[in-house]
Design a protein. Structure first.
Lengths: 248, 606
């Protein structure tokens, strides 16, 4: 058992930046994660401390925060990974508007998803209404479907975080979502023009920050964004295709 | 104080896990207006935690499978106190419900010939669980969520329901809820209400359930006068994490055993071979070699004893620990690493088949499951009991009030088979949505009683009046969890359960003294105070029902009545509010099973 110091961001109002760090001291025992610490502070020192969480097992993606400046799930960050000789800071995700303390308004993400064309399967392969797909053909889609929608990739993406392009750019999470639809062997929809014009995939300059913070270790940049960029490029910017299109 | 806003829908669905979302899809497709309330953000519900798969007799991996075998397996697993009609509908409809998910974008693991792959699971005779690695729940909820958002369903995220509202005739009329973000009170007026609120795990100290599992639907329905049945039947999943303490209770999927994982005690003995119930002997492997062949897909082999029903495996683990043969942290060993003796490249194989488990132990316990056995022990996982519903329509004993998924009762009897919950959600979620929409079309908009709304609001904000001088809600919740865990847990006896009922009376008193300070915005302490009201109702129902069932059956094990009693196979224990609100316990006779289904059960006994 050791005592550690935590600096937790407490909001005064829901206006951006209106808050201060509050310092707490609490006992830390073996195996504890950051979310345990927040819970124990809540139960003993600050019952109105706001934190969003659900499964506490890294499966639901609710407890995203910035721990010592690193975007992480609080439930999957063990205290033993942190340097406890200095105060540990816990802050909300900065890319989204604050609600209270560690809780942010992530509703923008839910609106963005509705703007992406939905799954449209081909006619079933068998008379009983089912399809046939080989495992090797679904492997790459299954990688994208591991996403737990923690929005840490959105939090860290500089197009959103620093340039506030929320109205023009859908962010890494939704490129992964679009890739999952585009690469589903059954899907017949075409999202390539939308990716270029409505979702502005060109804004991404592949710094791979999103990939680094993904708790599910999805290769967001390499496996989702770059292949989608390639589809956009081969349709709109490839000279041979452009030439052929002129004669169509 | 009046409500801040009123929303009006044809069908209101409370809960956005698998059952709630599936009900929303069905109701929206029927052309009525649909409102969907979720306690958390959309897509975070506890369904996301389901790992192993969803059971449906599609016979993709073994063509001997059929709805009849699935039906008989479900009844046997439930020790024959299930609602036979629900078990029948479930077995017949699950294959179609699973297949349609693929048309909505779900991407299941495949067989060699490109169909949906199905895996073995406890109590299922043939490989039956459609799955995606060990994250099937995530696949289900995301598929339903992504399908729902295009259907015009209005989603109210982070809303908690405080009270179910009835009209003057006793028909469901809507709910009173509050939004966490601002702490505003909202009234939802609806012609039909579907409860899909999940389970009650948070009444116990060690649980696999997230914070949301506080029995809200159970308690809302009960307080409004509905009947709950089978509340004594709680499933303690045999394998939860036991170390480190902060993750105690987190689920370790049965899929580990389905892939060949074995249970051993501190002496290295594979103790599950020591105690195989008679009615499962014909289906259980006689030695480890046969068990291994079974998990490798050999159709002539029988299943290893690790894949017996969850109630049995949990009790065997409990016995080993009590006899002093447990692991260092009070569990037993679950070993999947041993398969390296059998297959080359076992480490990669394990990571591919059980990616979340690998990840979970690596990150939370610093343990590599491809090399080292895990320590596991029983964790409160699921409640078989719940709101009594009509099998076909899912309507409760209150008109216009429907229930589906874990908060409803009937399909599982005394013990649920792994994999039957996800299929339950989609089969009965669909039915609830369909019949709720029909009810909404056939009935006028009910009137909400403003007095009940104001009373509900006034009661819910009382803790603020008492401030920090009041009782700490977190402490009260911990005390309740300790009581339920130690007195109404996996092994029960009359005197302890009576003690629990007495203590619960005391907790009700203490709840009246709970106090919190600050504003209503995203206030977890206040929220806990609201949850506690529900937790106390379900805890009392569990304890009183468990006292009433004087035998051991499925998830209900009594030291003072250790045997199954055939006389108790004829009824469900029911709880409902009596005059003045006191809980009344009674027996309701089980509906008799028709002869053609009895024949199916007999046929499958060999």
């Amino acid at each position: 058992m050791a005592t550690a110091t935590f600096k937790i961001w407490r909001t005064h109002s829901s206006a951006p930046g209106d808050g201060t760090y509050q310092t707490f001291q609490t006992e830390v025992s073996e195996g504890m994660v950051v979310l345990d610490v927040v819970h124990s502070i809540q139960a003993q020192q600050a019952p109105d401390l706001a934190v969003r969480w659900n499964c506490k097992a890294g499966k639901c993606g609710s407890c995203s925060a910035e721990i010592n400046g690193n975007p992480r799930l609080m439930c999957m960050t063990r205290m033993s990974q942190l340097n406890l000789s200095e105060p540990v800071t816990i802050e909300p995700m900065r890319t989204f508007p604050p609600i209270k303390d560690l809780v942010t308004d992530v509703s923008w993400n839910f609106r963005v998803k509705k703007g992406i064309k939905k799954f449209k399967p081909r006619q079933p392969d068998a008379p009983d209404g089912t399809w046939r797909m080989a495992q090797r053909d679904v492997d790459r889609v299954q990688e994208f479907r591991k996403c737990i929608e923690c929005f840490l990739c959105q939090d860290v993406c500089h197009v959103l975080r620093d340039h506030n392009k929320h109205d023009e750019f859908i962010g890494p999470r939704f490129f992964v979502y679009a890739a999952n639809l585009e690469m589903n062997p059954l899907d017949t929809e075409d999202r390539v023009d939308d990716l270029k014009d409505a979702h502005n995939i060109g804004y991404c300059n592949i710094t791979k920050c999103c990939t680094k913070v993904c708790p599910e270790h999805i290769h967001i940049t390499d496996n989702a964004i770059i292949p989608l960029k390639e589809r956009v490029v081969s349709r709109h910017y490839d000279p041979v295709t452009r030439l052929l299109r002129m004669f169509k | 104080m009046p409500a801040d806003a009123t929303y009006t829908y044809d069908v209101l669905i409370v809960g956005a896990g698998g059952a709630g979302l599936r009900a929303a899809i069905e109701a929206a497709n029927a052309g009525v207006t649909v409102g969907l309330i979720c306690k958390s953000l959309l897509g975070k519900a506890h369904t996301v935690m389901a790992e192993g798969g969803m059971a449906a007799a599609m016979a993709n991996n073994d063509d001997r499978d059929s709805w009849k075998v699935h039906f008989a397996d479900t009844m046997r697993g439930g020790q024959y106190v299930n609602n036979w009609r629900m078990a029948e509908l479930h077995a017949k409809e699950a294959p179609d419900r699973v297949r349609e998910l693929e048309g909505w974008g779900a991407v299941f693991d495949r067989t060699a010939d490109g169909r949906i792959n199905q895996r073995n699971f406890g109590g299922h005779r043939y490989p039956r669980l459609a799955h995606v690695g060990d994250r099937t729940g995530l696949e289900l909820i995301r598929t339903l969520q992504d399908h729902t958002v295009y259907l015009g369903v209005t989603v109210h995220m982070e809303h908690t329901v405080i009270e179910l509202l009835l009209d003057g005739s006793g028909r469901a009329a809507g709910v009173l809820a509050y939004d966490r973000e601002k702490g505003r009170f909202h009234v939802f007026n609806a012609k039909a209400v579907v409860l899909a609120t999940g389970g009650v795990g948070r009444a116990f100290k060690v649980t696999s359930n997230s914070w949301e599992g506080t029995g809200d639907g159970h308690a809302l329905a009960f307080r409004a006068g509905a009947e709950l049945i089978d509340m004594e039947f709680i499933q303690f999943h045999p394998t939860g994490m036991v170390w480190p303490p902060s993750v105690k209770g987190i689920l370790v999927t049965e899929g580990v055993r389905g892939e060949g994982g074995i249970l051993k005690n501190s002496e290295g003995r594979r103790f599950m071979f020591d105690d195989i119930p008679d009615n499962y002997k014909p289906q259980t492997a006689s030695d480890p070699e046969e068990g291994w062949r079974y998990v490798q897909g050999d159709k002539s082999a029988r299943r290893p004893p690790e894949l017996l029903t969850r109630d049995h495996v949990a009790r065997c683990i409990n016995r080993e620990v009590k006899a002093g043969r447990g692991s260092p942290h009070g569990g037993v060993f679950l070993d999947i690493a041993w398969i390296k003796e059998k297959i080359a490249g076992s480490e990669e194989h394990i990571k591919r088949k059980l990616p979340s488990m690998y990840h979970q132990f690596k990150e939370l316990a610093d343990l590599d499951i491809t090399k080292t056995p895990m320590e596991v022990g029983p964790t409160t996982h699921y409640i078989m009991g719940g709101i009594r519903v009509d099998a076909d329509s899912q309507m409760s004993t209150i008109h216009g009030l429907f229930a589906a998924g874990e908060c409803a009762s009937g399909i599982n009897g005394a013990n649920r088979l792994g994999g039957n919950s996800l299929s339950d959600l989609i089969v009965f979620g669909k039915r609830a949505g369909e019949y709720a929409a029909q009810y909404a079309r056939d009935n006028p908009q009910p009137r909400i009683d403003d007095g009940a709304v104001e009373h509900g609001i006034a009661t819910s904000i009382e803790p603020f009046a008492r401030g920090t001088a009041g009782e700490n809600p977190y402490t009260l919740q911990q005390d309740l969890q300790d009581t339920m865990q130690s007195l109404v847990g996996i092994v029960r006896q009359e005197s302890e359960m009576r003690e629990a009922v007495d203590r619960i009376e005391g907790y009700k008193e203490r709840l009246r003294r709970v106090g919190v300070s600050g504003g209503r915005e995203y206030h977890s302490g206040w929220h806990t105070a609201i949850d506690l009201r529900n937790l106390l109702v379900v805890s009392e129902a569990i304890a009183r029902s468990a006292i009433e069932r004087k035998e051991s059956r499925g998830g209900h094990f009594r030291e003072d009545y250790p045997e199954k009693d055939p006389a108790c196979a004829t009824f469900n224990v029911s709880t409902r509010p009596g005059p003045g609100g006191a809980m009344q316990v009674s027996h309701v006779p089980l509906p008799p099973m028709p002869d053609h289904l009895k024949a199916v059960v007999e046929e499958q006994k060999s």
